[in-house]
Design a protein around this ligand. Structure first.
Ligand SMILES: *Cc1c(COP(=O)(O)O)cnc(C)c1O
Length: 411
């Protein structure tokens, strides 16, 4: 990796921060001035300072002032308005296909179930990789049991991820749906989503991408790639706050799908309160109950900030940060027996890097005591999540040095 910097030493963090066009944006996040090293922005992003003002304003004026009138004035459409914003800024999705709704788990359930229910006779297999996120695997197992379907497991190396060729081997004329993560939660592997989506479509099946670790970190073009369905988190790189609701993308050609939790807020006319269920037109039919408006406040500020900067610039910084972490690990940690459990090629890597060592569980516990916050993922993985707009190169340097110190002291 080469860095766009005049520094004498390519690993000098001050020079990298000075050359970073996005460096000043860090000041917009709560906690930017503290010495804490935050390597978990891929699990729970830091709040923007603007979000504190937005929350107060919401309570005092909008909720407090408009009261129930707020539903008609703004809140009723907010899941779709915000969905369109996420679609435009982060997903490469034209309006009318994305909404903000329930938790990731519940939205995954709704869309997986909707897709397999619509599969033609004889297509009774769901393909998912063995290293997909637990909730995705558990849901697929449950839905397969409900529907009498078969789960076809795609074996992947946990230090890497799903490839086009492995997917092609698993997908065939019995496949109803393929469920994959765009960026693997463990290794950070970035799947070739365009190629896989095309190939799955050509085989007559549908594909659902879990975007939890790529939304707000890796640019995408869901419409252009011909993606069928997608679901992603907003509390990771979209900084929506703990438990902020997930978003889902349903390509327009699939708006006729029947979703399994048909509640009143997905009805064509909820306030008619009539006897039978008639689904709303468009993506609204995938909504079930009353949307969590207060929980949508934080992510609006982050989507606006990403819009200001552009996803390409976010990705450029993300690649520099992860490459820097890999270079530092080579320099400071490889002699201590640490290996890289993520792709070395930045083109095949999302926004985080995992480092492996048998003692990482203890190392992470000791790091937390000194306000260095990565997380631990079996087997022996210390995961460094580098939220592009809130992380400085200096922070990365101090964090990797702390790992070296802790591991060195345990030797
Ligand atoms: C974080 C994450 C989830 C989380 O699902 P929740 O319902 O929000 O708990 C799901 N899938 C992936 C790939 C994740 O990284």
């Amino acid at each position: 990796m080469t860095y766009d910097t005049p520094a004498a030493s390519p690993l000098d963090p001050a020079a990298l921060d000075a050359a970073d066009p996005l460096a000043d944006l860090r000041q917009r996040f709560v906690g930017a001035e503290s010495d804490l090293v935050y390597f978990d922005g891929n699990s729970l992003g830091r709040p923007l300072r603007a979000t504190a003002d937005r929350a107060r304003e919401f309570v005092e004026s909008e909720w407090g002032g408009r009261l129930i009138r707020g539903w008609e004035e703004r809140w009723y459409d907010q899941p779709l308005v915000l969905g369109d914003e996420i679609g435009r800024v982060c997903l490469g999705a034209a309006p009318g296909q994305t909404f903000v709704g329930d938790s990731t788990t519940v939205l995954l359930y709704k869309l997986i179930r909707a897709a397999v229910d619509a599969a033609p006779a004889g297509r009774d297999e769901i393909v998912i990789d063995t290293d997909n996120f637990p909730t995705d695997r558990y849901l697929v197992e449950g839905i397969a049991a409900e529907r009498g379907m078969t789960v076809r497991w795609l074996e992947v190396d946990p230090a890497s991820g799903v490839s086009l060729s492995a997917t092609q081997r698993a997908v065939g004329e019995k496949t109803a749906l393929v469920v994959l993560s765009h960026v693997a939660y463990r290794s950070g592997h970035l799947a070739p989503a365009r190629e896989i989506s095309e190939s799955v479509r050509d085989s007559g099946a549908m594909v659902l991408w879990d975007l939890c670790h790529s939304a707000g970190s890796v640019p995408m073009e869901l419409d252009e790639w011909g993606v069928d369905l997608a679901v992603g988190c907003t509390y990771k790189y979209l900084n929506g706050g703990p438990g902020s609701p997930a978003f889902a993308y349903v390509a327009e050609r699939h708006h006729g799908l029947r979703q399994p939790i048909q509640g009143w807020k997905g009805h064509a006319d909820p306030f008619l309160m009539g006897p039978g269920y008639t689904p709303a037109q468009g993506v609204r039919r995938f909504i079930s109950g009353t949307p969590p408006i207060t929980a949508m406040l934080g992510l609006q500020d982050m989507v606006a900030l990403i819009d200001e900067v552009g996803m390409e610039a976010v990705r450029a910084k993300s690649v520099q940060l992860t490459s820097y972490a890999v270079d530092l690990a080579d320099e400071l940690l490889s002699g201590l027996g640490v290996t890289l459990a993520s792709p070395r090629d930045p083109e095949q890597r999302g926004g985080h890097v995992t480092l492996r060592h048998d003692r990482m569980r203890d190392v992470v516990a000791r790091l937390w005591e000194r306000d260095v916050i990565p997380d631990y993922r079996d087997p022996g993985g210390l995961r460094i999540g580098l939220s592009p707009l809130s992380t400085s190169f200096e922070e990365v340097r101090r964090g990797v040095e702390a790992i070296a110190e802790v591991l060195g002291s345990m030797a």
